[in-house]
Write a protein that binds this ligand. Structure first.
Ligand code: BGC
Length: 475
């Protein structure tokens, strides 16, 4: 199952196996960029589990050469990174920092020199503070500013970036940041946060329009996180709640982008809730046209499937932390009885990737462009052994199973679903948002005191897969 040669043999030749990161989680170099919402959020007591901030993290900003060397060592085909909006535009509008752009300019050049395909994400959650103060994603003007920023970055890097992702996981920003308050900006609006989704989808639309009019040479897409949702029982109530989670998690973003229409509110919900969901998700025809411009690819992040039962969880636990607001949700997520878990408590279910792909193919048909798994990975907190090695066999098993499913999908397992590649989350152990440094997802271990990088066995294993794919035998 984890034999690199076996996995290599299953992958089509043009399959892109890469790794993904996000600026705020690895860069550091905070004194050389503007501040973002997460900087302030992290400084509020009790928001981050270990009280840490994103000021230094892995200091990738000063160590990118070493990190590029690590990418080459694992033989990665592609690298997905994000561009820090406040590093490029410290105030979120107007003034552009050319030093900020220089950093990404060099990074893209170095990737290309090494034969690594650059995929750039324009927004991975770091909203510049002045925009946050004006209402963040609650106001349409943030979407318009985002379009302007996309044009600036497109002008500078558009001749070399191979793949563009407008926004990473609008669903997570809306649900965690505005709905439950476990992420920045820490608002607890529950389902009323749906209106925020509309502005994020608009931001995507403005960014696509901007990149196309530069025009950039690369392909343009968007990334969202998707979860196949199952009701805990066949009861009407559980089914209605599964429909509700599916609506807010999967459809609120993908339906306008891929189908050019607002998602249909699920049946079986109480009338006031139906009306509220309808009003927060409604968009004008003109806006729907803007957000549904054809895409070259769709980025799908897959971590786990969801099992839903009616009734709140009195502990207020959500996958990304504890939330007072979650105690008022009309449903709760249950542990899957038969599935093992990662150290984050997330279920491990490679088959969920097949299920969600099947659902996407059924829902979106020919409107679904080729898909890239832009993130998938697991938190296992293995520490270095006395001999200095980091043995994360659980991560190897996780990746082998998930990349195996991805290879089957890339070989056409689901008619109409075209899969191009898989980006492992993530290259380096990093700052895992509200979980601070307490959850490690990396192929490379980072000692957050010394910043020393130590490749784990999963890193060596990926390298073996890649060498086997390229026909070398010394695995
Ligand atoms: C996000 C990453 C995050 C990962 C693990 C994804 O939702 O895009 O930034 O670190 O999941 O939680």
């Amino acid at each position: 199952m984890t034999d690199p040669r076996e996995l290599a043999a299953r992958q089509p030749a043009n399959f892109v196996l890469g790794a993904a990161t996000a600026a705020l989680q690895i860069e550091g170099g905070a004194d050389l960029r503007g501040r973002c919402g997460w900087d302030e959020f992290a400084e509020q007591p009790g928001r981050i589990i270990d009280g840490s901030t994103p000021a230094l993290t892995c200091d990738h900003f000063h160590r990118s050469e070493e990190d590029l060397e690590l990418m080459s060592g694992a033989g990665l085909d592609g690298y997905r990174f994000s561009i820090s909006w406040p590093r490029v535009q410290p105030e979120g509008s107007g003034r552009v920092s050319s030093e900020g752009l220089d950093f990404y300019d060099r990074l893209v050049d170095r990737l290309i020199e090494r034969g690594i395909r650059p995929m750039a994400t324009l927004y991975h959650w770091d909203t510049p503070i002045p925009l946050e103060q004006q209402g963040g994603w609650k106001v349409r003007s943030t979407a318009e500013r985002f379009g302007e920023y996309a044009a600036i970055v497109g002008e500078r890097l558009g001749d070399r970036v191979a793949d563009w992702v407008s926004i990473n996981e609008a669903a997570t920003v809306v649900l965690n940041g505005y709905g439950l308050g476990v992420h920045s900006p820490g608002e607890e609006q529950l389902f009323r946060a749906g209106a925020v989704a509309r502005n994020m989808v608009l931001g995507h639309g403005y960014a696509v329009q901007a990149l196309r009019s530069v025009p950039v040479a690369g392909r343009i897409g968007v990334t969202n996180t998707h979860t196949p949702v199952s009701p805990a029982t066949d009861s009407k109530k559980d089914k209605a709640m599964a429909g509700l989670l599916d609506f807010v998690h999967n459809r609120l973003f993908a339906d306008p982008v891929l189908l050019g229409r607002s998602p249909e509110v699920p049946r079986g919900l109480p009338l006031p809730m139906r009306l509220m969901l309808k009003s927060v998700s409604r968009m004008s025809r003109k806006d729907l046209e803007l957000v549904s411009q054809p895409l070259d690819f769709y980025g799908l992040n897959y971590y786990f499937p969801s099992l839903v039962a009616a009734g709140a969880d009195p502990t207020g636990m959500s996958p990304d932390g504890e939330s007072e607001a979650a105690k008022d949700l009309p449903f709760r997520l249950l542990d899957w009885p038969d599935l093992p878990q990662t150290d984050f408590g997330w279920p491990i279910a490679p088959d969920g990737l097949r299920q969600i792909s099947q659902q996407m193919a059924e829902r979106y048909g020919t409107r679904l462009p080729p898909v890239v798994i832009t993130e998938g990975g697991a938190s296992f907190n293995d520490a270095p052994s006395p001999d200095g090695s980091v043995n994360d066999d659980d991560r190897v098993a996780y990746l082998a199973a998930h990349i195996g499913v991805a290879a089957d999908l890339a070989n056409g397992a689901i008619p109409g679903f075209e899969l191009e590649g898989y980006y492992v989350w993530t290259l380096l152990d990093n700052w895992e948002w509200a979980a601070g440094f307490s959850q490690r997802f990396g192929l490379v271990h980072v000692d957050f005191d010394t910043l020393e990088r130590t490749p784990k066995s999963s890193y060596h294993w990926i390298g073996d897969v890649q060498r086997a794919r390229r026909g070398k035998t010394e695995v």
